[in-house]
Design a protein around this ligand. Structure first.
Ligand code: SF4
Length: 331
């Protein structure tokens, strides 16, 4: 193993890593993790739904798609002051990144977008890493978000290109890659990962990891989600994600993209403290805090505090990368 950051991984190499016996894989991933990160630091992020439900897309896992009967109450865009109140609360509770999610297919150039730009400015002024996930963007919209101070943009690839049309038919994999390119070009940090448990094969998981790992610049943040099965969605009867599959995905992502933040994201509520400890050991270094992840349940704040104390973890400060770079330049 070297310290080299590679962008030329082959699918065969990733398949070999993916099929490494579990304890060996965790050991390798933990070794890479310790070379590039402090093993006791975990970034705590808060994700707020700023516009809920009524989405025209057909993502088969999503309770916010208008076409599925999931009982999610549609709600228009929150007011800036409401969002900032949540952001302050999140900061006081230890979050250093605040992500705003809107259930849109794509951003439209209208008052809502202007309002979101104001929210971005406001959250930025609180000293939080401000992220958003708003659907597809044009190049100009990405530029405007960047000018407003947006730190990161989340846009997941979900799964492999081959499997994509089994879960979403209202857009193409290439649409996702296009938005990611605009985000990158605008100088915004990229948050991009996927979901397991959708009915995909191991090859699809390897395909997703391959697409992420061969990007000219790895996403700075790679969320690994376990499907949260919601009644009324086409995937409500999928089998539960096995924790070992999560650990395997996290470990391989960590080895392929050593510097990225690997986020133990949706589905965490189903995992015990010991199971989450294995995820951290395998290289996860970020979680979402708060009782809801958009519309699905998430562990209670107090449970996370207990877990951090038990495992000797501490929250990572905001803008750590930038501060490190600034101090190197100053020195
Ligand atoms: S995942 Fe996003 S784009 Fe897909 S249906 Fe849900 S809110 Fe819409």
């Amino acid at each position: 193993m070297t310290d080299e950051i590679r962008h030329n991984w082959t699918k065969e190499e990733i398949e070999t890593l993916y099929n490494t016996p579990m304890l060996d894989l965790i050991y390798q991933a933990a070794t890479v993790h310790r070379r590039h990160h402090s093993q006791s630091e975990v970034q705590v992020c808060t994700l707020l739904s700023i516009k809920t439900g009524g989405c025209p897309e057909d993502c088969a896992y999503c309770p916010q798609a208008a076409r599925y009967n999931t009982g999610v109450q549609a709600q228009g865009l929150l007011k800036k002051e409401e969002v900032l109140a949540y952001a302050r609360q999140a900061k006081d509770a230890g979050s250093t990144r605040f992500c705003m999610g809107a259930a849109w297919r794509e951003v439209k150039d209208n008052q809502d977008f202007d309002d979101v730009l104001e929210m971005v400015k406001g959250v930025n002024e609180l000293g939080l890493e401000v992220c958003s996930t708003l659907g597809m963007l044009t190049e100009e919209q990405a530029r405007r978000l960047s000018a407003a101070g947006l730190y990161a943009y989340n846009h997941n690839l979900d799964s492999s290109e081959e499997f994509y049309d089994q879960i979403i038919t209202t857009r193409k994999y290439d649409d996702r890659l296009q938005t990611l390119e605009y985000v990158r070009k605008a100088g915004i940090s990229v948050c991009c990962g996927g979901i397991i448990g959708l009915g995909e094969t191991h090859e699809d998981r390897i395909g997703l990891l391959h697409t992420l790992a061969i990007q000219p610049q790895h996403p700075e943040s790679v969320p690994i989600n376990a499907l949260v099965r919601v009644k009324g969605t086409p995937l409500e009867n999928q089998i539960e994600v096995d924790i070992w599959d999560m650990i395997r995905m996290i470990a391989v992502a960590r080895i392929l993209m050593p510097k990225s933040m690997v986020r133990l994201s949706a589905g965490r509520k189903e995992f015990s403290c010991s199971e989450q400890a294995l995820c951290f050991l395998a290289g996860a270094n970020s979680i979402f805090a708060g009782e809801k992840l958009l519309t699905t349940p998430n562990p209670a704040f107090d449970d996370d505090l207990k877990m951090f104390s038990l495992l000797g973890l501490k929250p990572r400060e905001a803008f750590k990368e930038e501060k490190a770079k600034a101090s190197i330049n100053a020195g």
